[in-house]
Structure formats: C-alpha cells, structure tokens
Design a protein. Structure first.
Length: 72
C-alpha cells in the first residue's frame, strides 16, 4: 500500500498492486485494474518511485521468509 494525496488534500491509501496506468493530465491520473480512476497531487514519477519502493519491501520480506524455510 502507498499513501498519496487527493486533489482536495485528503490522504488516500492505494493498493500499489492494483495500479494499471499512470498518466499526467496535468494532474496525475491513475487507472486501477478495476477501472476506477484516481487523481492525486504527487507527480507520476514520484508515484512510480513509491510503487518501486513498495515492491522492494514486499520482495525483501519474501526473500527473508524463503530463506528461513530453507535453513530449517
């Protein structure tokens, strides 16, 4: 999950796995896999960096978990 800011300044937490596309229109428009569209204040590049960081954290946990299984 990543935390972003809607255009009305309220925070929104988005499941990063559901983001299908990110467009700059000039605001950042995200389309989710369910077809829902969300406008946020963060630039597209920042959203992409957040998604990358989220996935790195997720994969790091998976690698750690798998490492624990193999040593048992």
């Amino acid at each position: 999950m990543i935390t972003l800011t809607k255009l009305n300044d309220s925070p929104i937490v988005v499941n990063a796995e559901l983001i299908e596309t990110i467009e700059t229109t000039p605001d950042t428009l995200m389309t989710l896999t369910n077809g829902k569209k969300i406008l946020v204040k963060e630039p597209a590049e920042e959203v992409v960096e957040m998604v990358i960081a989220y996935r790195q954290r997720t994969l790091k946990g998976l690698v750690y978990f798998r490492g624990e299984e193999e040593s048992e």
